[in-house]
Design a protein around this ligand. Sequence first.
Ligand SMILES: Nc1ncnc2c1ncn2[C@@H]1O[C@H](COP(=O)(O)OP(=O)(O)OP(=O)(O)O)[C@@H](O)[C@H]1O
Length: 241
Amino acid sequence: MDTSISISKLSKIYKKTTVLKNVDLTVARGEIFGLIGPSGSGKTTLVKLIVGIESASSGTVEVLGKQIPNLTLLENIGYMAQSDALYPELTGKENLAFFASLYTMKKAVLKERIAYAADLVQLTDELSKKVSAYSGGMKRRLSLAIALVHDPQILILDEPTVGIDPELRLSIWRELMLLKSEQGKTIIVTTHVMDEAEKCDRIAMVREGGILVSGTPGELKEAYGAANLEEVFLQAGRAAR
Ligand SMILES: Nc1ncnc2c1ncn2[C@@H]1O[C@H](COP(=O)(O)OP(=O)(O)OP(=O)(O)O)[C@@H](O)[C@H]1O
């Protein structure tokens, strides 16, 4: 397996609260990996440690063979946070151009990438509006476009489809699958939604700061004799008690 992300004995403690406990995880290059778990289980903390915007209390994260944090890796990572970090007084296009300008890109490529990313999230017709006039779903879509705009090798998306209508959600998933199959991108997605978990190549079920189980959706259902992933999650949770 060509490894893209390798996490070893990773723990995070905020003051006295242990939020992640000894997490080991490997994500292969070119797979869609889902982190599934209830609210507060530690998914966001884990992705923040992978991106390097939070530091580990112990353990290590390696991305593309380099230990995090590492500034040179930023070009290779597209991160979509759960809360939108946008400039409300700028238009959608200006936001995209600003974030794209943080990376080395030729002007023509930059223009192309902005058009591609806006089209992907169906915001092309809204690009000249100020973000302050965007709905919540439009802001999520713009955040996703920003994560993609510099064409990173790795996409880390924290609940990318929350607040997005079912049709666009499907089209975003179709595009994520194409990014994987045609361009070999590695994609980590956090979600609460089990039907999104089904679309991942592999998933890890997160609970109380630890990984309960991981594997392909098919492997997990078979191992637990379960009809769906929800059932796997419940059974794995019971077994861990
Ligand atoms: N900066 C912080 N200081 C203290 N505790 C924190 C901090 N950030 C997160 N936590 C705690 O860590 C735990 C895990 O939070 P995290 O946001 O990683 O969960 P999550 O699985 O992403 O939840 P959700 O699905 O609701 O986003 C929670 O109990 C949360 O209160």
